[in-house]
Ligand binder design. Structure first.
Ligand code: ADP
Length: 165
């Protein structure tokens, strides 16, 4: 019997991508045949980084992982997932507080589209405190974020902060 290939979507704002996101992504790439990391474009949120820069940062740090694709989407996640023939949504869980929100989202998404299954991957213990908003805040105040984000993100953060000077 031919093996069925499974595509998973890892959605998020990734404003910017952190080492916590990257850890989840690497783990997911060993579990699924293809992983699409998809930036959710939400017109109501004003991100620090443009869609283009976020895509570029993610492409740079994932270029050595062959089964990862980088994309963006607007609208309903389940519609996007269906369009991509994906059956799995991946979300990272850092703490119980994440779980409550994520549990509700998973239920809503399942009620919208029964065929798509949400999977939770547990954050690496080094990154359970880590969020993109923390990175933006610390970097904005001139703090060192080198243990929190990939190298190319540090460069983009510097460029952004210099431009705002
Ligand atoms: P969103 O706005 O959708 O929460 P994020 O970019 O903040 O987008 O997060 C995307 C996904 O990655 C979410 O499932 C989130 O819980 C997870 N995540 C965020 N930070 C980490 C981390 N440090 N470790 C593991 N997972 C994380």
């Amino acid at each position: 019997m031919e093996k069925k290939l499974i595509t998973a979507i890892y959605p998020g704002s990734f404003d910017p991508i952190t080492l916590g996101h990257l850890d989840i992504l690497k783990r997911a790439s060993t579990l699924f045949d293809k992983v699409i990391i998809a930036i959710a474009i939400n017109s109501e949120k004003k991100p620090l980084f443009s869609k283009k820069t976020r895509l570029k940062m993610i492409k740079d740090v994932t270029s050595n992982i062959p089964n990862i694709e980088v994309d963006n989407f607007t609208g309903l996640l389940v519609d996007y997932a269906k369009n991509k023939n994906a059956e799995v949504i991946i979300r990272g869980i850092r703490a119980l507080s994440d779980y409550e929100y994520e549990f509700n989202m998973a239920l809503i998404n399942r009620s919208l589209e029964e065929s798509i299954t949400t999977t939770f991957l547990v954050a690496h213990q080094n990154y359970t405190h880590l969020s993109s908003s923390l990175v933006r805040e610390v970097a904005g105040l001139g703090g060192d974020v080198s243990n929190l984000v990939p190298k190319n993100v540090i460069e983009e953060l510097k460029r952004k902060l210099d431009a705002n000077d």
